[in-house]
Write a protein that binds this ligand. Structure first.
Ligand SMILES: NC(=O)c1ccc[n+]([C@@H]2O[C@H](COP(=O)([O-])OP(=O)(O)OC[C@H]3O[C@@H](n4cnc5c(N)ncnc54)[C@H](OP(=O)(O)O)[C@@H]3O)[C@@H](O)[C@H]2O)c1
Length: 315
């Protein structure tokens, strides 16, 4: 028996991944970690009906609140769920309308896509089984060489990302799409730093990888775009699913994401980046070790993470 947690498992890619896992991992308890209990329970019921899998539950997790992340980790530890075998850090947001601020006062794209997941993994890593797996859902948009049409990420210091909506708003006009691609770069820094720390701080063979699902026009990620752009995204880009190798159905990307958790061939593969099921190099900037260390140190500071909470702070 084992548990698998999928953040944002109530919709889009997270739902598709969790339902694939529910179909293939009969002995697993699937935990949908979601911010909206009503939507989460609806997803649990739909997934049970679709897959016939009985052990699917919802647990409340709002990644934009550090208190909620800590409450989730406490509840998981106190539960009678089987040991944690995999953690899929999938939930994500992109805002193009205006700057949004998290409950803790941080720019919300950074808070949800990176900081909440950073804290979650640190709090749960000692609950994981030997050969457990952690996967971060990143995006090919973090890499300018992929020519996604999204703005190139800019990384100087994680403090500037955390407070980017408060710092010099005249000099730094709001660019939600850049905040998004930069947060997806953060997912990769976090993957590489965690993989390194896990190897140095524990005897367990826990792997950490990052995943690019490709463009999935069907999901709700573009919800803050104008109705016209949402139409283009869903229906015009949707047609590209038929012809473009990097435009995918949510179901296809969900299966590829689930395979990073289940494929026995990947048992020892850590600090890797996958485009779908194919291992590739992440962007040139994503291998910058100084940025990676800065992100880790600042994230520890912002989350007020302590050595009592995480086994990964002992180096
Ligand atoms: N769609 C694409 O083309 C694409 C491409 C590359 C990468 N991705 C990545 O794929 C992942 C999944 O996105 P998606 O496309 O499936 O979008 P989606 O349909 O909008 O799903 C996002 C999920 O994240 C959840 N979420 C948002 N804020 C949260 C919070 N504060 N706490 C907990 N959960 C929260 C949402 O919950 P609610 O339902 O309650 O809002 C939803 O379950 C993201 O990391 C995204 O960056 C997507």
């Amino acid at each position: 028996m084992k548990s698998i947690i999928v953040t944002g498992g109530n919709a889009g890619l997270g739902y598709a991944c969790a339902s694939t896992l529910a179909k293939t991992e009969k002995e697993a308890h699937i935990v949908l970690a979601c911010r909206n209990p009503t939507k989460a329970n609806e997803a649990v019921n739909a997934m049970k009906k679709e897959t016939g899998h009985k052990n699917i539950i919802a647990m409340e997790l709002d990644l934009s609140s550090l208190a909620s992340v800590r409450a989730f980790a406490r509840k998981f530890a106190a539960s009678s769920l089987p040991p944690l075998d995999a953690l899929v850090c999938n939930a994500g947001v992109q805002f193009v309308d205006k700057a949004h601020v998290s409950k803790d006062g941080f720019e919300k794209t950074f808070a949800v896509n990176h900081l909440g997941h950073f804290l979650l993994v640190n709090l749960l890593v000692d609950k994981m089984t030997d050969h457990g797996r952690i996967v971060f859902v990143s995006s090919g948009t973090h890499d300018p060489l992929q020519r996604s049409g999204m703005p190139e990420p800019i990384y100087e210091d994680a403090r500037l990302l955390a407070y980017s909506n408060n710092v010099a708003p005249i000099d730094v006009p709001f660019n939600g799409r850049r905040l998004y691609t930069t947060s997806k770069l953060c997912n990769i820094y976090c993957t590489y730093e965690l993989a390194d720390r896990i190897q140095r701080c524990t005897d367990k063979q826990i792997t950490v990888s990052a995943f690019d699902p490709g463009l999935m026009p069907e999901t709700g990620l573009a919800r803050s775009y104008s109705p016209f752009l949402r139409f283009i995204s869903r229906y015009i880009l949707g047609l590209l699913i038929l012809v473009h190798p990097k435009v995918n159905t949510t179901a296809k990307s969900g299966r590829a994401l689930a395979s990073l958790v289940t494929n026995p061939m990947l048992k020892n593969a850590t600090a890797k980046y996958y485009e779908g099921s194919k291992e590739i190099q992440s962007s040139v900037l994503s291998y910058n070790v100084e940025n990676r260390k800065n992100l880790w140190d600042v994230s520890v500071e912002l989350t007020k993470l302590t050595a009592n909470e995480s086994i990964l702070l002992t180096i």
